[in-house]
Design a protein around this ligand. Structure first.
Ligand code: FAD
Length: 471
């Protein structure tokens, strides 16, 4: 046994450390198309103190750590060959449900949906419904990535629900954010904006480059009395976008999702579609539903069967209209998703869609040659803008198709991010290309990283900068 593994076993217990090849190979990549390095060892701590000890050991040994929630992102992690893979799955306790302060405190590796189910038994729910990966993803990973829930409008991004964090810094120190930072009143994780600048914000969306989130205190709410659904088809993408903007302005939807493109079920009228989900007290929900119907009609929306929206929202159907079987898209699996996504201003959704449809037309021969499939283009509308999700699938076991898929992702990204958008998170493989567009903001991130992590120990592959040994 090497001394690294011996030391990790002393910290976590030998049963929670593995250097078996099969375990290491299973921890090399996320759901996206980019391969990663094979870690030297998997360590599964159960407490914050064990995480601290591992971080200190990594600094002493100058061995990088990669933080693994459930690796359900598509961002191309940048796992380093020979790193310590820090698996957080055993840190999954719900520590406190605080209905007075409307918060829940969980260890970082708790699965999003499992926490929501526990709250649901008591008539409560997490502040956001979770991303499409909620059945597997962890609370800590979702906060660290700041994932985009399906349908954003009223509840916002994952990070919007954070009240307080416990974080192990790259030097092994532990900090608390918000009201929880006052350790004289250690139980008081009830307000994020306390004691000066928003320290939680530094870690939300940072993909673990600044610290390891070990506990999250998150906002919860009582489940609303009523849910209402509306589903509209539009003759043109532009009309659907205009209707979406009118809905945003009146703050009608709780969630608002547009789908277009892909293979659609026969007999459904329209070119682009809006799913509207409204959650509120009964009377208010009915009023908002009436407003949604009148706004969509004003833009010549065609009312469609709202059961499709209900299936999408309540039963989490994950396909074009959330009511078609997955075989239509995947059949001879495995197919992979290049995961190009971006925030764009609402009106620019029209330009992005035009670009994507033209791309499909201009590259029809290559799409056919490589077996590229378009599942759908989704737009999750936030309160004032839009988040686009480009589900163009390619068969990942075919090397030529895989290369083509990566090129496609680079083309989409270059166009949308170069002209009017911003990526949803940090994508390691595209970071060297995208992050410099942030100018002095990126310089600041690098400076913070160097200050907090001079040895380049924590998730060094992600920010697109050289970090090892203080470079
Ligand atoms: C079917 C499906 C649908 C999906 N739909 C969506 C969607 O709608 N919107 C969306 O945004 N994403 C979506 N995803 C991607 C993914 O599920 C989410 O982004 C999820 O929140 C990631 O959680 P995770 O625990 O798997 O994090 P991971 O993938 O393990 O980690 C994400 C990043 O954060 C770091 N990290 C993990 N845990 C911590 C921690 N405790 N402290 C510090 N850093 C940490 C990791 O090193 C990595 O860089 C989907 C995935 C699937 C499989």
């Amino acid at each position: 046994m090497s001394s690294l593994i011996h030391d990790l076993a002393a910290i976590c217990g030998p049963e929670y450390v593995s250097d078996k090849l099969v375990d290491r190979i299973c921890h090399t990549r996320d759901c996206g198309p980019n391969p990663g390095g094979v870690p030297a060892v998997i360590a599964r701590p159960r407490t914050t103190d064990q995480v601290r000890e591992i971080v200190r050991l990594a600094n002493r040994e100058r061995t990088p750590i990669f933080v693994w929630g459930r690796s359900s992102t598509f961002i191309g992690h940048g796992i380093r060959e020979g790193c310590i893979l820090l698996g957080l799955d055993l840190m999954n306790a719900v520590e406190k449900m605080d209905f007075d302060n409307q918060t829940i405190t969980v260890q970082t590796g708790a699965i999003w949906h499992a926490v929501d189910v526990e709250l649901g038994k008591r008539g409560w729910e997490l502040h956001v419904p979770g991303s499409g990966g909620m059945f597997v993803c962890t609370v800590g990973g979702s906060v660290a990535y700041n994932s985009t829930p399906h349908g954003l409008a009223e509840y916002g991004m994952t990070g919007d629900g954070v009240v307080a964090l416990e974080v192990v810094l790259p030097n092994g120190e532990v900090i608390y954010t918000g009201t929880a930072a006052n350790r004289a009143a250690a139980d008081l994780g009830f307000e994020r904006y306390a004691n000066g600048p928003d320290m939680a914000g530094l870690f939300i969306g940072s993909c673990g480059v600044f610290g390891i989130i070990t506990k999250v205190t998150y906002r919860i709410r009582q489940k609303p009395e009523a849910e209402r659904f509306a589903f509209f088809g539009f003759d043109s993408v532009d009309a659907a976008v205009d209707a979406a903007q009118a809905l945003q302005r009146r703050q009608v939807p709780t969630h608002l999702v547009q789908v277009f493109g892909g293979q659609r079920p026969i007999g459904v009228a329209g070119e682009a579609f809006l799913h509207v989900v409204i959650r509120d007290g009964r009377a208010a929900a009915d009023e908002r539903l009436a407003a949604a119907r009148s706004i969509c009609s004003a833009f010549n929306g065609i009312p469609l069967d709202e059961k499709a929206t209900e299936r999408y929202w309540v039963h989490h159907m994950y396909s074009w209209l959330r009511n078609t079987p997955p075989e239509v898209y995947y059949s001879d699996r495995p197919y992979t998703c290049p995961e190009a996504s971006a925030f764009v201003p609402t009106q620019r959704v029209k330009d992005a869609i035009r670009y994507l449809l033209n791309y499909e037309k201009e590259h029809a021969a290559e799409f056919a040659q490589h077996g590229i499939r378009i599942k759908a283009y989704d737009v999750y509308y936030s309160r004032n803008a839009a988040f686009m999700w480009i589900d163009t699938l390619f068969p990942e076991l075919d090397p030529a198709a895989w290369q083509y898929g990566l090129k496609m992702r680079a083309d989409y990204s270059e166009h949308i991010w170069g002209a009017y958008g911003s990526p949803g998170g940090i994508l390691a493989p595209l970071a060297p290309h995208i992050m410099p567009k942030l100018g002095a903001g990126y310089d600041l991130m690098k400076a913070i990283k160097r200050t907090l992590d001079p040895n380049g120990i924590l998730n060094p592959g992600i920010l697109g900068m050289k970090l090892e040994a203080g470079q």
